[in-house]
Design a protein around this ligand. Structure first.
Ligand code: PLP
Length: 257
C-alpha cells in the first residue's frame, strides 16, 4: 500500500487540518500518517485557541516516521510559526521525500491567523523551494506575491511569480473570485485551466486541506501531476456536493457518501 504523511495542524472539529487529510488519504486508499504541528480548539464556527507543538516533538515525529516507514508522499498544511517552518524544512531536506504538496495555510475562514504574520518570509524561503506543488488560494497568493489578483491574467502572473520563488509547480485556486471556481495549474512550462461550477453551500470547511491531500495521495499512487490535480478537483467537487450540515457554521466536506 502507498503511504502518505501530513504535516499539519489538528482541527478538533474534524473538518479541516490533520483530520481532513487522514480522511482523504483513507478514502483514496493510501496509508495515512501525521505529524502534528499545532492543536487548534475549533468547531464549524470558529478557532477558539491554538497551541503550537514543541519544536523537538515536531522533529521527533518526523524522524520517528522516516527512520522506520517508507513515505511515498508528503502534504504540508498549517505550520503556524517560523520556528516550526525551520524545523520541518530541515527534516525534509534530510529525508528528501519524492513528493511534497504544500498548502500554504494562512488564515481560517473565520479570520483566525494559522500562520503568524512574521512567518511568511520563512515559508517563502524555506518551504516553497521544496514544493513539488504549492496550492495557494487567491488571498494566500496575494500575500506571497504582494499584489492583488482579480482576473485570469493576474492569476497567470501570480503563478509565474510564485514559481519564481522556487516551487516546482503552482495550483492557484480561483474560488475566491466571483463566478465559477476556475483553478490554474502552472507546471513550470504550461498553464492548464481546471474549470469548475460553483456549488451553492455554506459547508466548505476544510476544502483546501482536502484538495491538497487528494493531490498528494494521487501522486503517491503514480498519477502524473496534471492527472493528480484533475482527479483531486473531481474529488473535492464531490466532497463539497455531499458536504455535511454539521454544526451551526461552515460544515465539513464529506469523504464517504
Ligand atoms: N484549521 C486547520 C488546522 C487548518 O489546517 C485549516 C486550513 O487549512 C483550517 C483550520 C481552515 O479551514 P477553513 O479555512 O476551511 O475553515
Amino acid at each position: 500500500m502507498k503511504t502518505a504523511l501530513t504535516i499539519a495542524g489538528s482541527d478538533s472539529g474534524g473538518g479541516a487540518g490533520i483530520q481532513a487529510d487522514l480522511k482523504t488519504f483513507s478514502a483514496l486508499g493510501v496509508y495515512g500518517m501525521s505529524v502534528i504541528t499545532a492543536v487548534t480548539a475549533q468547531n464549524t464556527q470558529e478557532v477558539r485557541s491554538v497551541q503550537d507543538i514543541e519544536i523537538s516533538i515536531i522533529k521527533d515525529q518526523i524522524e520517528a516516521i522516516f527512520d522506520d516507514i517508507h513515505v511515498d508522499t508528503v502534504k504540508i498544511g498549517m505550520l503556524s510559526s517560523a520556528e516550526t517552518i525551520e524545523a520541518v524544512a530541515q527534516s525534509l531536506q534530510k529525508y528528501q521525500p519524492k513528493f511534497i504538496v504544500v498548502d500554504p495555510v494562512m488564515v481560517s475562514k473565520g479570520g483566525h491567523h494559522l500562520l503568524q504574520l512574521d512567518a511568511v518570509s520563512a515559508l517563502k524561503e524555506k518551504i516553497i523551494p521544496l514544493a513539488t506543488l504549492i496550492t495557494p488560494n487567491i488571498p494566500e497568493a496575494e500575500v506571497l506575491v504582494k499584489d492583488t489578483i482579480h482576473s485570469a491574467e493576474e492569476m497567470m502572473e501570480a503563478c509565474l511569480a510564485i514559481h519564481a520563488l522556487g516551487a516546482n509547480a503552482v495550483l492557484l485556486k480561483g474560488g475566491h473570485l466571483n463566478g465559477d471556481p476556475n483553478d490554474l495549474l502552472f507546471d513550470g512550462e504550461n498553464f492548464t485551466w481546471l474549470k469548475g461550477t460553483r456549488i451553492q453551500t455554506k459547508n466548505t470547511h476544510g476544502t483546501g486541506c482536502t484538495l491538497s491531500s487528494a493531490i498528494a495521495a494521487n501522486l503517491a499512487k503514480g498519477a502524473s501531476l496534471i492527472e493528480a490535480v484533475h482527479e483531486a478537483k473531481r474529488y473535492i467537487t464531490l466532497a463539497i456536493t455531499h458536504s455535511l450540515n454539521l454544526g451551526k457554521g461552515h460544515g465539513p466536506t464529506n469523504h464517504f457518501y
